[in-house]
Design a protein around this ligand. Structure first.
Ligand SMILES: Cc1cc2nc3c(=O)[nH]c(=O)nc-3n(C[C@H](O)[C@H](O)[C@H](O)COP(=O)(O)OP(=O)(O)OC[C@H]3O[C@@H](n4cnc5c(N)ncnc54)[C@H](O)[C@@H]3O)c2cc1C
Length: 419
């Protein structure tokens, strides 16, 4: 059956960013700071994506586990924003800048997800980015592999927005997939974390005068970890790219979570917030011009847009090639965040909150450069991109002095989290 819809052509922008997760926010603000007109489209009514609506309120480390900060730029700017109006758990050693001296406590923080959502609205609107909430991008309009604009669906109806450049920061590569860009499916274990509080945690918060102790991941559905540990026996993994997958995931987890809380006295505990987006780590990523691999640790790339560190293991460093965000043959589409191209554990390191922000920052600058140079986004001058990002305090290449000798490697996580 074919259903024709009439879309109302509302406006044209230099750059449209799809998805207001941390990567999309970074891309939109970064493009705006380059002087472009920018529209950020978000299907929910709050910014932050998994980091807020998904209740993933842990900025993983910005440092190498030896007191040296690797991740800076907009990732650090957003970490500071995440705790500006709410609590933080930044270790004392990092409160006054980089401690050096082999400091093993890592530069990391938990934050209030709802307060971060509010702060992100302020951040994005102050930057001058135009926002559409409660709006789903349904279709990229393609002509000869060039995206002319996006069809969206919202309360007003079916609308069309034209764009010179489009950033897919949907977390799921939905736009790229529908535009015909090759993508790779993900694999998701059974994970469903809610934020809960009980009388003990209320007391602990009161006693310590520390509101961060009020709630935590207390009442859960699926408890599978990043590597599949705790995945119920016989339960298949999910891609999460169909409505059936998502609906089944939500129903199963709501019921499991409910069964879990039925065991406790209903007057002594409550769930503070449920996730309002599926906690799928990876649905799809771009099959980009380069796929970052686990064995690329400690490798320099000429087209690096950021040096990043590993959240689980000390020392381990990667560089993110620009080619992980683009696909030759699609001259005005780029991706950022958890949809950049990486494999296995390298993907896990690349998709967490701080690196997702850095790829967003790079995507915003790259779009502006491509517009100015009237160039294919895959063929921009990457040296110039790196120079701009360096001015914006991004570390492009890690210092080889930070690469440990084999015998000094320390693979301890020293970080508590669900990642
Ligand atoms: C269980 C779990 C635990 C994790 N633990 C950690 C951790 O402890 N620390 C850490 O740093 N990272 C962790 N991560 C990873 C991290 O949360 C994400 O990878 C990161 O936040 C991704 O950001 P993003 O902006 O790329 O995508 P997302 O956060 O997914 O943002 C995408 C946005 O796009 C919107 N969107 C999607 N489709 C459309 C559309 N068609 N139209 C309009 N809008 C659309 C969505 O609503 C969303 O707001 C975890 C992830 C999971 C699932």
């Amino acid at each position: 059956m074919r259903i024709e819809r009439q879309a109302n052509h509302v406006k044209n922008y230099d750059i449209i960013v799809v998805g207001g997760g941390v990567a999309g926010v970074a891309a939109a603000v970064s493009a705006k700071r380059m002087g472009k007109s920018v529209l950020l489209i978000e299907k929910t009514i709050g910014l932050g994506g998994l980091a807020t609506a998904g209740l993933i309120n842990l900025f993983v480390p910005l440092c190498n586990g030896r007191g040296i900060q690797i991740i800076k730029g907009m990732a650090e700017e957003l970490l500071k924003l995440a705790v500006k109006y709410g609590y933080d758990t930044i270790p004392e050693q990092w409160k006054n800048g980089e401690p050096g001296n082999g400091e093993k406590n890592r530069y990391i923080t938990r934050f209030s997800a709802p307060i971060f959502t509010l702060a992100l609205t302020e951040f994005v609107t102050n930057a001058g980015v135009e926002l559409l909430f409660d709006t789903v991008v349904t279709e990229p309009v393609m002509e000869n592999h060039i995206c002319q604009g996006l069809v969206v669906e919202n309360k007003t109806g079916c609308e069309y927005y034209g764009a010179k450049m489009v950033v897919d920061a949907s977390g799921d590569a939905d736009v790229l997939f529908r535009a015909g860009v090759p993508t790779v499916d993900g694999k998701n274990y059974h994970t469903y974390l809610t934020m809960g509080a009980d009388l003990d945690s209320c007391y602990a918060a009161y006693e310590s005068k520390d509101i961060s102790k009020l709630y935590g991941y207390k009442y859960k559905g699926g408890c599978a970890a990043l590597n599949g540990a705790n995945q119920p026996e016989g339960k298949p993994t999910r891609v999460g790219a169909t409505v059936k997958d998502i609906t089944e995931y939500v129903i199963e987890n709501h019921l499991e979570c409910l069964n879990h809380i039925k065991e406790q006295d209903r007057m002594t505990r409550t769930i503070v917030t449920l996730p309002t987006m599926p906690q799928f780590r990876e649905i799809r990523h771009i099959d980009g011009d380069y796929t970052l691999k686990t064995e690329d640790a400690y490798k320099h790339f000429d087209d690096s847009v950021a040096a990043i560190c590993d959240f689980e293991r000390r020392d381990y460093l990667y560089e993110v090639p620009y080619r992980t965000m683009v696909k030759t043959g699609f001259p005005n589409l780029i991706t950022a965040g958890r949809t950049a191209a990486a494999d296995g554990y390298a993907w896990d390191v690349l998709r967490v909150i701080p690196p997702a922000i850095l790829t967003g920052q790079a995507a915003g600058v790259a779009c502006a450069m491509a517009i100015d140079a009237q160039s294919d986004i895959c063929k921009i001058n990457v040296t110039k991109l790196q120079q701009i990002l360096e001015v914006q305090k991004v570390m492009i290449h890690f210092d080889d002095k930070l690469v440990p000798q084999r015998e000094q490697e320390d693979t301890d996580a020293h970080v508590e989290g669900h990642f």
